[in-house]
Design a protein around this ligand. Structure first.
Ligand code: GZL
Ligand code: ZN
Length: 332
């Protein structure tokens, strides 16, 4: 544990409380920050924004997990701007937190600020998304999904659907996530790796909906206008899918039937639509990373080793599942 002056700790606690005052912005009840014990680990967390129910669930889970773990959390929401994440990381360095964790909104542009954290002797944990860097020592580990595998699951479902129903000549449109974010890159790559070479499938267009419901709807509207035949939508997150389904229904088409819909995240809203038959496959990407983040942060604060990669267990829910109607509440 790093020695911190009591004045600095008081300042850090005040900042933590101030930062926690912001949760009202994204709708979760302000957490009564436990008065942190003297020896509590001080974790600086930079959250990338609040673009989807997935992200809001992720933020809430992290805050509740910190409470459970007795970790003093300095939580900052960057509201979709990389420069705000960089500022937050710099403030964590100034307060000499024990550990820094963050969900990098995009893959590039982190080397300078992470070098500053390294020079300050503060370990950095990546959560939820990855970075691309020439210096792997700039972070000690990653906890989050295997996005390539999520893309493969989406591709495997489409093959199963085509096999079961004897479908051919399927025209696919893709709604991709935030450009140059790791989930966008790898969900696209994993999907393509599985369907590649199978001439039943053709991806006729990809548009980025930036993981946003509103942009998902706009992109789907324009793709429906441009293509007279769309058989499949592969969407990188449920928020965009919800928007796309609005566009599909406004175009007089039946989602889940006229257009096969494959989506990623596993938000309750998507599971509800899967059970209604408007979505055909929901690939799970769990936002509930809080407990493992706190466990790893405590290890790092104690100077212990942690795994380089920690992936949570994730599954896919499809229209072919026997247990389709008794999926437990998703919590996000
Ligand atoms: C995935 C996460 C993505 C979700 C989206 O781990 O980074 O960001 O799939 C969210 O809902 O916007
Ligand atoms: Zn890149």
């Amino acid at each position: 544990m790093r020695p911190r002056s009591t004045a600095r700790r008081a300042l850090a606690a005040a900042l933590a409380l101030a930062l926690l005052a912001f949760p009202a912005l994204y709708g979760c009840a302000p957490q009564q920050q436990e008065t942190a014990r003297e020896d509590a680990v001080l974790l600086g967390f930079s959250q990338l924004g609040w673009e989807s129910a997935w992200r809001i669930g992720n933020s809430l889970d992290i805050q509740e997990a910190a409470e459970r773990a007795g970790v003093q959390l300095m939580f900052d929401n960057a509201q979709q701007k990389q420069e705000n994440q960089i500022k937050a990381i710099r403030s964590f360095i100034a307060y000499q937190v024990d550990v820094i964790a963050f969900a990098p909104i995009v893959e590039h542009g982190w080397d300078t600020v992470l070098q500053e954290a390294k020079d300050a002797g503060i370990p950095v944990l990546l959560t939820d998304r990855l970075i691309v860097t020439d210096d792997p020592s700039l972070y000690v580990g990653y906890v989050g999904a295997d996005f390539l595998e999520e893309g493969r699951k989406a591709g495997r479902f489409l093959i199963e659907k085509a096999d079961r129903e004897g479908l051919t000549d399927l025209k696919i449109v893709e709604l991709s996530g935030t450009l140059s974010s790791s989930p966008m890159q790898q969900r696209g790559e994993g999907f393509r790796a599985v369907i590649e070479g199978d001439e039943r499938f053709e991806i006729i267009e990809t548009m980025s909906g930036d993981f946003l419901r509103s942009k998902g709807k706009e992109c789907m509207e324009s793709m429906l206008e441009r293509h007279e035949k769309i058989d499949v939508l592969y969407s990188h997150n449920d928020a965009m899918t919800l928007g796309a389904i609005e566009a599909i229904e406004e175009a007089g088409l039946v989602p889940g039937e006229d257009i096969i819909i494959i989506t990623v995240d596993g938000e309750q809203a998507a599971i509800d639509l899967l059970q209604e038959g408007k979505i055909n496959c929901v690939v799970e990407c769990t936002p509930m990373l809080g407990d493992i983040i706190m466990e790893l942060a405590k290890k790092l604060a104690a100077g212990e080793e942690i795994p380089r990669v920690t992936n949570p267990e994730e599954r896919a829910f499809t229209e072919f599942d026997e247990d389709l109607m008794d999926i437990p509440p998703r919590g996000y």
